[in-house]
Ligand binder design. Sequence first.
Ligand SMILES: CC(C)(COP(=O)(O)OP(=O)(O)OC[C@H]1O[C@@H](n2cnc3c(N)ncnc32)[C@H](O)[C@@H]1OP(=O)(O)O)[C@@H](O)C(=O)NCCC(=O)NCCS
Length: 184
Amino acid sequence: MHPFDNIVIRNNADLQRDITQGRNIAHSRSITTRMMGLIDANGQGNVHGGVIMHMVDEAAAIVAIKHSQCSRVVTARVETFDFLAPAFIGDVVSIPCEIQYVGRTSMEIGVKVLAENPRTGEIRHVASSKVIYVALDENGKPMPVPPLVPANEEEQKIIERARNHRLYRQRINEELKQAEEGQE
Ligand SMILES: CC(C)(COP(=O)(O)OP(=O)(O)OC[C@H]1O[C@@H](n2cnc3c(N)ncnc32)[C@H](O)[C@@H]1OP(=O)(O)O)[C@@H](O)C(=O)NCCC(=O)NCCS
């Protein structure tokens, strides 16, 4: 059997998904960690931004897969991506991610990127990002995901902040669209 056939069979295995069953933020929280090597960096030893972005996409997708129990999630939008400090060869980069908002089929994941010098223990906050994923069914169409139900007050605040941010973004997008239409 072709190895890819095995992957398809495993990913399509019958899984009882109960999308009415809400899940909290802690359920899917995840940390991805890797030490930066030569191929990750430029001649000065600084890690490429693209390497960090790739790691963020992978790390955040894990959270979306865990929340939705759907292995087919696609990146719909990189909402924000701010590089705050450099990472260097030899640093241990860790990427804690958590789900912060859920629509019908989309999931917004908040991401932090930290770089630790493992000799000194110095930790730098390298980047922050918010990425939106959409769960797809076997026909490649968006499919509903379980609601996000806060487990406590702290989670409630995270969800509330993300909801406000989303409403604010929608308002800005509408205003920009109107302004562009006005210029035509
Ligand atoms: C993302 C994608 C599946 C959306 O498909 P679509 O036909 O536009 O689907 P819909 O309009 O029904 O939107 C589905 C959900 O995605 C959200 N969405 C779609 N495009 C979005 C965008 N650019 N930004 C934020 N959310 C978006 C919608 O708000 C909706 O969310 P909700 O169900 O929670 O309300 C489709 O555009 C796509 O396949 N894009 C390519 C994805 C890809 O290849 N990514 C890179 C590699 S993984």
